[in-house]
Ligand binder design. Structure first.
Ligand code: NAP
Length: 246
């Protein structure tokens, strides 16, 4: 029997990459999963994979920067007894130097990466409050702590997630809802495949462990934060970045 038997987790952006690995790892510990991603074919395939392996999952596709979609995604958890875990993982980049950045690229990155986490936390914390048990985990980024040229919009959104994490942690602690963030460094996924070899080599030189991380390197700490071993941790930002944040 898994350590998350009886729990229900909503994982956004779980159609591939880090979110998919998180969804599979929570499902393997017995949690029922609401698998969200932008496209139906992507989150549908992950939900199928979990169900075929004997787990419980439902797909709830859609843009989590949209409040109506968020209501639908959170409602999808009701068939499994309501959300008890929320992983705000959906994210996009629209890179460019701030001097040349289009206003719509600023707005879109803030909407998808940050506003979505606010909307989802607000809606999903209702069933958690009722149960006086909940875990919210925000996937921010090491560049939200350090900054990064060419990513002013993304870094601002990820830094905003850290402020959101700490404020919600204080607001929700009396109801035993723990809110934490994980700040990945550079992880091999579709998002980082866009980088040129020169960019990748430049980044590698900044990582003490001299390697990019894997999606599983992030899923492990998420599982830890959902487990009883983390019952006294809230408002924390765990850097999972090969030492890049030092
Ligand atoms: P990815 O491979 O690009 O996957 C992104 C996922 O988010 C996809 O499943 C995509 O849906 C979904 N998505 C995109 N826009 C969405 C929206 N508006 N509503 C709902 N879902 C949406 O990204 P990743 O590398 O796994 O990154 C996951 C998270 O980790 C992001 O928040 C990212 O910022 C953060 N992060 C990544 C790294 C890294 O190095 N990779 C480092 C630090 C932080 P579809 O599959 O349907 O297209």
């Amino acid at each position: 029997m898994g350590i998350l038997e009886g729990k229900t987790a909503i994982v956004t952006g779980a159609g591939r990459g880090i979110g998919k690995s998180i969804a599979l790892s929570l499902a393997a510990q017995g949690a029922a999963i609401v698998v969200n991603s932008a496209r139906e074919e992507s989150c549908g395939a992950v939900a199928d994979e979990i169900n075929r392996a004997g787990g419980k999952a439902v797909a709830a596709a859609g843009d989590v920067g949209d409040a109506a979609v968020v209501e639908r995604v959170v409602k999808a958890a009701d068939q499994f007894g309501g959300a008890s875990i929320l992983v705000n993982n959906a994210g996009i980049t629209r890179d460019g130097l701030a001097m040349r950045m289009k206003e719509e690229d600023w707005d879109e990155v803030l909407r998808v990466n940050l506003k979505s986490a606010f909307l989802l936390s607000k809606a999903a914390s209702r069933p958690m409050m009722k149960a006086t048990w909940g875990r919210i985990i925000n996937i921010t980024s090491i560049v939200g702590v350090l900054g990064n040229p060419g990513q002013a919009n993304y870094c601002a959104a990820k830094a905003g997630m850290i402020g959101l994490t700490k404020s919600l942690a204080k607001e929700l602690a009396p109801r035993n809802i723990l809110v934490n963030a994980i700040a990945p460094g550079f992880i091999t996924t579709d998002m980082t495949q866009k980088l040129t070899d020169d960019q990748k080599n430049g980044i590698l030189s900044l990582i003490p462990l001299k390697a990019f991380g894997t999606a599983e390197n992030i899923a492990g700490p998420v599982l830890f934060l959902c487990s009883p071993a983390a019952d006294y941790i809230t408002g924390s930002v765990i850097e999972v970045a090969g030492g890049m944040g030092m």
